[in-house]
Design a binder for this molecule. Structure first.
Ligand code: ATP
Ligand code: CA
Ligand code: CA
Length: 422
């Protein structure tokens, strides 16, 4: 009976949250047209619009010159998420993102052609997203919001804002602002992007040896016989949270997401500056880093050119060296899995600390299983095991993802059985 009551309460809480979110959503979209009379520093903290200089302007550049239109979607919803659930200090958030703290560019690491930018202090990531992903996030926002409310320790990407910039000639760029899983003050010695799929999921080991910053994949993890070293306590907590998160992703009908795992070895410490020194301060002459020549999305694509142009408006005086915070204080201390120096410290079977810190999170969660993905499923399924390829339907994806993550924790049996024979 008690369980039933708890269940009901939870459901009504969820229904209420959903209602609230929906209500907020209906009055949520604000268009900021011209900016010339508005204060130059954008206000994300509760006004009904955000000035476009949030990422583009500064005190020296007359903003009216560029007729960018900036749109802040569902500002109330994101504001509540940021302040009540993600524990961001509004002033901090703003400071990190305003042009004074010019962003640095990470380029376009994925296949999708999205571009990534770091906030100056490395705490936030801006990812340009496809219009479909943008529409999708707006659609699922009520569920996402409810989930975050019910799961303060969720491992899902923490979305802080959803925006659009419309350029003078009409092109639109959509982007999200989210948490950077990796810490500013610690070297990440190894990183993995894990899906539970094993077909083609390998970064060439020869290349990995030369590039300690490469993000490795499922097969590298398995072949290197890696394990998530977590004692019973943390293992149980992480498993439970992953179960809830992957259940939500199943309900939302998405796939292709991954668990990003950064590994910091405390013994090695920070002397190598691995990954941290990949931070590059953006300068207009710097060629855009883009390892792949993706069709239509390369450095010369309109998106990339526009983003560069936007970035160029930043104060060049400030393009000097980056000062990174010495340690991670702030929002991370509120989250179970980001508590130990911004991450999750490895533990042994007696739950005693070990010398490794993990930085974990579920990323790239905005890909619904649409016609394109169904075709990809069919196509890739012709030449490889239909259950081991990346594009599989959401329910299958979610359960495979969850079992893989359980398998790679200590005592979980390893990921070998996920490897395809073909
Ligand atoms: P694709 O669809 O081809 O997989 P994408 O453009 O959608 O690529 P993501 O999968 O979201 O890109 O991210 C690509 C890489 O960028 C990740 O493997 C990771 O290394 C880095 N990355 C993405 N999000 C984060 C984050 N929140 N914190 C730290 N690193 C991140
Ligand atoms: Ca991805
Ligand atoms: Ca993607």
């Amino acid at each position: 009976l008690q369980a039933e009551q708890i269940r009901r309460e939870r459901m009504s809480k969820r229904a209420k949250a959903q209602q609230e979110a929906e209500r907020a959503l209906t009055r949520s979209t604000t268009v900021l047209s011209r900016v010339e009379d508005k204060p130059l520093v954008g206000n994300l903290i509760g006004e009904d619009h955000v000035n476009y200089v949030l990422i583009v302007g500064n005190e020296l550049t007359p903003s009216a010159k560029y007729d960018f239109k900036f749109k802040d979607y569902a500002p109330w919803v994101f504001r509540e998420l940021r302040e009540d659930y993600f524990h961001l200090d509004p002033a901090d958030y703003l400071l990190s993102l305003t042009a004074k703290y010019i962003l640095s560019e990470l380029g376009s690491p994925g296949k999708s052609g999205s571009f990534f930018y770091f906030s100056r202090d490395y705490r936030f990531i801006i990812k340009t997203i496809h219009h479909n992903e943008h529409k999708f996030l707006r659609r699922i926002l009520p569920q996402y919001y409810a989930h975050v409310k019910d799961n303060p320790h969720t491992l899902l990407s923490r979305f802080y804002g959803l925006h659009r910039v419309k350029l003078p000639h009409g092109r639109k760029i959509h982007f999200v602002i989210m948490n950077n899983l990796f810490p500013a003050h610690k070297d990440v010695h190894e990183s993995y992007d894990l899906k539970g799929s094993t077909v083609g999921r390998e970064y060439p080991e020869e290349k990995a040896a030369q590039n300690p910053r490469a993000v490795l994949k499922d097969l590298n993890w398995i072949k290197r016989r890696k394990t998530l070293e977590l004692g019973p306590e943390k293992r149980a907590l992480l498993t439970e949270q992953l179960r809830r998160d992957s259940d939500l992703l199943k309900e939302l009908g998405v796939m292709d997401y991954s668990l990003l795992v950064g590994i910091h070895s405390m013994r090695r410490g920070n002397r190598d500056n691995v990954r941290r020194n990949t931070l590059r301060v953006f300068s207009p002459d710097m060629p855009v880093i883009n390892r792949k020549k993706t069709i239509g999305k390369g450095p010369q694509s309109p998106e990339a050119i526009a983003m560069r142009r936007i970035m160029r408006e930043a104060d060049p005086q400030r393009l000097g060296t980056i000062t990174l915070p010495e340690e991670d204080t702030g929002e991370r201390q509120h989250f179970l899995f980001y508590q130990d120096e911004g991450g999750l410290r490895a533990t042994d079977e007696a739950n005693e600390n070990m010398d490794t810190i993990y930085y974990l999170g579920v990323i790239d969660i905005l890909t619904p299983y649409n016609t394109f993905k169904k075709l990809e499923h069919f196509w890739k399924g012709l030449s490889a095991d239909r259950h081991k390829i990346s594009p599989v339907p959401p329910a299958e994806y979610s359960s495979r993802f969850f079992s893989f993550m359980k398998a790679i924790m200590r005592g979980g049996g390893g990921g070998e059985r996920f490897v395809s024979d073909s």
